[in-house]
Design a protein around this ligand. Structure first.
Ligand code: PHE
Length: 470
């Protein structure tokens, strides 16, 4: 007999877990630097457009597919149509690849909690060099990655309710408090207005096709969509839980956190006359520089900021791990314990490659693709797999699943009225695939890493060929 499927214990717990998955490095580490590099308010507007039109739609579709099939990514596709199994497999593969760099950054955040208090801020001019030296050293960052990974394993091994849900219920409210305290302080600084102007007044001269691709990739990444994560979380939902409002709440929370991270960083940044666009180093270099200028409160605020970053990352990486673990449990009948430990080990090996690609191997790039492992994992997932995964899900739910079945799932067998059903279905079936297709097409002309895109498409093709094996 199959063991009974695990379930969330409460609706609040599920929402905290799903929001925990969505809110992560994408919001605090990536959103601010993408905004900085893509013209501030203009990027935010395009991003919000994608989030509300396509993000909520796809999230609701993922929840429905997961709960309808009671299966994680691969099983969910497979139980509807065998020839769609590959779409789930791409999701599992994406989880591995994201976990090839995400815990490295999670490890940096963990390290910076401690470093905030041990002299990092004492010489603001040395902070940039210190970060460069830290991430490029061969051993130290990996030790922090091990620590960070062990937190993940500790949570996921305890299971859905006692592990992921219990941790999220404590960590997410804590995260809100921590971020609000940092943002609140930054807003009171003289000169903070300039930062608000940067964040909220759009400058369309910086917008190009690349901006749209970046905004779309970011929307999927930030909402944990396009790789079966929300299908997996949806599969643990009880039948009486309302899906539309859950998707709305989770999306709203994710967006609020991204803006909040922007407000925690930019007003203070402008107040101290620092530069906004500085790539992925923004939160590890510019942010500590801001705190270094604040006097005695600086190290404490800095520590709070990096604890927040670490917590945000942790509740997301457990969801990435769960995608793989749930696949192994559902389809391969592994025990949770074996699945978690082996998954954790493989992911850590990927992290070793990513971390070394920033230091020891920084002059080496993958032949033909022209990027190191860290960028390979990052760009391939964010710019290629997530968007294509979202497109596949839209086509799958829109054309493969019967409309009446979706409606029944979304309204809990007709027990309540979902007024936006027709609009949602239209966006799912037509707007989502067309919009993603167009963005990908134009992005292709504009994107620097064409080889990576082609590589991604080949991987998807090959996976489809072998999909019977999964
Ligand atoms: N949403 C997470 C973030 O913003 C990352 C993530 C992507 C998590 C995909 C799960 C699945 O950091």
């Amino acid at each position: 007999m199959e063991p009974k499927r695990e379930h969330w214990a409460s609706r609040f717990g599920f929402i905290m877990a799903a929001a925990g998955s969505a809110v992560g490095l994408g919001n605090i580490w990536r959103f601010p630097y993408l905004t900085g590099a893509n013209g501030g308010g203009a990027f935010i507007l395009i991003y919000l457009g994608f989030v509300f039109l396509i993000g909520t739609t796809v999230m609701l579709a993922e929840f429905s597919v997961g709960r309808m099939t009671q299966k994680a990514a691969v099983g969910a596709y497979k139980s509807v149509s065998r020839s769609w199994t590959f779409a789930g497999v791409i999701g599992v593969l994406t989880a591995f690849l994201i976990m090839g760099f995400y815990p490295v950054v999670g490890g940096w955040a963990t390290a910076y909690v401690v470093k905030s208090l041990t002299g990092l801020l004492s010489d603001p001019t040395a902070i940039g060099d210190a970060f460069g030296a830290f991430i490029s050293s061969p051993v130290e960052p990996l030790l922090w990655t091990v620590l960070y990974m062990s937190f993940n394993i500790f949570i996921v091994i305890r299971g859905v309710g006692k592990g992921i849900e219990a941790a999220s219920k404590i960590l997410m409210p804590l995260l809100i408090l921590l971020l609000i305290s940092v943002a609140g302080y930054g807003m009171t600084l003289p000169g903070a207005m300039e930062g608000f102007r940067f964040l909220f007044v759009p400058d369309f001269s910086a917008v190009s096709a690349k901006t749209f691709l970046a905004a779309l990739g970011q929307a999927f990444f930030s909402l944990s969509l396009g790789m079966g994560c929300m299908i997996t979380y949806g599969s643990y939902l009880p039948k009486d839980s309302k899906l539309p409002s859950s998707a709305a709440v989770v999306t709203a929370m994710d967006t609020t956190f991204a803006i909040l991270a922007g407000v925690a960083i930019f007003p203070a940044l402008f107040a101290f006359g620092l530069e906004p666009a500085s790539g992925p180093g923004l939160v590890f270099v510019v942010v500590p520089q801001i705190f270094a200028k604040m006097g005695f409160i600086g190290p404490i605020l800095s520590m709070i900021f990096f604890i927040a970053l670490m917590i945000a990352a942790l509740t997301s990486s457990v969801s990435l791990m769960e995608v793989v673990v749930a696949y192994l449990m559902d389809e391969r009948k592994w025990t949770r314990r074996t699945a978690v430990i082996s998954t954790g080990l493989v992911m850590f090996l990927f992290c070793v490659l990513a971390s070394l690609s920033l230091g020891l191997w920084s002059s080496w790039t993958i032949p033909v693709l022209g990027v190191g492992f860290f960028d390979f994992f990052d760009i391939l997932t964010d710019k290629v797999f997530l968007a294509i995964g979202g497109l596949l899900l839209g086509v799958f739910a829109g054309f493969k699943i019967k409309k009446e079945d979706l409606k029944r799932e979304l309204t809990n067998e007709g027990t309540f009225h979902f007024a936006l059903f027709e609009a949602w279905y239209f966006v799912l079936k037509f707007v989502t695939p067309i919009a993603i297709g167009l963005v990908a097409l134009f992005g292709l002309f504009d994107i620097v890493q064409k080889e990576l895109m082609v590589f991604g498409l080949i991987v998807i093709g090959v996976t489809a060929l072998f999909s019977k094996k999964f």
